[in-house]
Write a protein that binds this ligand. Structure first.
Ligand code: MG
Ligand code: MG
Length: 261
């Protein structure tokens, strides 16, 4: 069941996503060699609660933390812990927050720790660009498969593996609503996109093959070939005939300056 949102509900979703955007900006300040992934989680939880919100992931399906912090070959759902970031790592940070009105924000960004190789930078850039390619297709009259196909084509043409096991999703009062928004698929297939549809688009793209394995009770998803993976996510609303990005990387950009990918 796809819940189309009113303009008022879209504004409430935007509010939640701006909390997430600012949280990712706070986290960006701490993405440095020697900082543990647990520290990033603490920074995020503290900020979210300071805004009168609650972490959106903590406790959901039994997830133990505020952030998913996924380093290098971990694609998504990495548990924050004692691992200290190292120069040359990449770290995907996925964040959710729920406002008092009960709406979920959801957005993710892959950070570089210090200097990373040009190959890895290209993976990050391509993954982020593919997100915007997908967003361009999120207009009334298109179908979800048009978004999926745009992401897939963009990444596969550049030689990357597109993860099949995990998808984007509708977002609203629940973090995960219908429809599923896969990062692969055929044009002209899937649910029709309508005004009021609110979805999270989130390419999960591997440097090598598309294959992944799941560790730690099915949570930790890593590439089978142990090559790095990237993850960028925006929550968007389709309204007034186009896609409106509700989340934002602007706060990250403010912190990273020229290091913003
Ligand atoms: Mg997310
Ligand atoms: Mg999501």
């Amino acid at each position: 069941m796809i819940y189309l949102k009113t303009e008022e509900q879209i504004e409430l979703l935007r509010e939640a996503n701006l909390v997430v955007a600012r949280t990712l900006g706070e986290v960006a300040k701490w993405v440095l060699p020697g900082v543990t992934t647990r520290k990033l989680d603490e920074v995020a939880e503290e900020y979210i609660r300071s805004q009168g919100c609650v972490p959106g992931f903590k406790g959901l399906y039994g997830y133990p933390a505020t952030l998913c912090v996924s380093v290098n070959e971990t694609v998504v759902h990495g548990f924050p812990g004692s691992y200290a970031l190292r120069e040359g790592d990449i770290v995907s940070v996925d964040c959710g927050a729920v406002t008092k009105s009960g709406y979920n924000g959801d957005s993710a960004y892959t950070f570089m720790v210090g200097e990373v190789s040009d190959d890895v930078k290209r993976l990050l850039r391509t993954t982020k660009e593919s997100l915007y390619e997908g967003i361009k297709k999120a207009v009334p009259g298109n179908r979800i498969g048009d978004i999926s196909n745009a992401v897939q084509e963009y990444c596969e043409k550049r030689g990357y593996g597109v993860v099949r096991e995990l998808t984007g999703h509708g977002v609203g009062k629940k973090l995960h609503e219908d429809p599923e928004v896969p990062n692969y698929g055929r044009r002209g297939t899937g649910p029709l996109i309508k005004n009021g549809m609110c979805i999270a688009i989130e390419p999960m793209i591997n440097m090598g093959s598309k294959n992944v394995v799941m560790d730690e009770g099915g949570w930790n998803v890593r590439t089978r070939d142990r090559k790095p993976a990237a993850h960028f996510e925006h929550s968007i609303a389709v309204h007034n005939g186009s896609a409106d990005i509700l989340s934002s990387f602007d706060y990250i950009q403010e912190v990273l300056g020229e290091r913003f990918i």
